[in-house]
Design a protein. Structure first.
Length: 151
């Protein structure tokens, strides 16, 4: 079953259960999927490829994380909770991210493998990591780890 089908099934379940928060969030996801399908000229009967869909979901989570930071600074607790709920709903369809320790280990291994020894080599390291681990790494953390290791 494709990821898009899983999202549509979850939306139907939420509608039947009258889970307003879940179905409103999943409707936003479905709207984003439809926009992406239009942009890629994919017909209605076809599904958006899972790789594209994962990228879309990551983008949606990132937008909400940015909003969370803004709401924390502004002291808007109810809006903060709303965004965090949406993040948890969307995140259930994303592949599990690696832990901080696993991320550091993979970064260290890749730095050695690529032979990077200065910050100028950061692009090579990031490219290698994106090629192999694009679905399971949080690249904002990766960037910080690489910068620390390549000072």
């Amino acid at each position: 079953m494709s990821l898009q089908s899983k999202i549509e099934n979850k939306l139907n379940e939420a509608l039947k259960a009258k889970d307003k928060k879940t179905y409103s969030t999943l409707r936003l996801v479905i709207a984003g999927i439809k926009d992406a399908m239009i942009a890629k000229k994919i017909k209605d009967k076809q599904n958006l490829p899972d790789n594209d869909l994962i990228g879309l979901l990551k983008k949606m989570v990132k937008q909400r994380n940015d909003s969370v930071e803004a709401y924390k600074k502004a002291g808007r607790q109810e809006l903060l909770e709303n965004e965090e709920t949406e993040i948890s709903i969307i995140s259930q369809f994303l592949p599990k991210q690696l832990t901080e320790d696993e991320t550091k280990r993979i970064c260290d291994e890749t730095i050695k493998k690529v032979g990077a020894n200065s910050i100028k080599d950061m692009g090579k390291v990031m490219g290698a990591l994106k090629k192999e681990y694009s679905d399971v790494l949080d690249f904002s953390k990766v960037s910080q780890i690489i910068k620390e290791n390549l000072k």
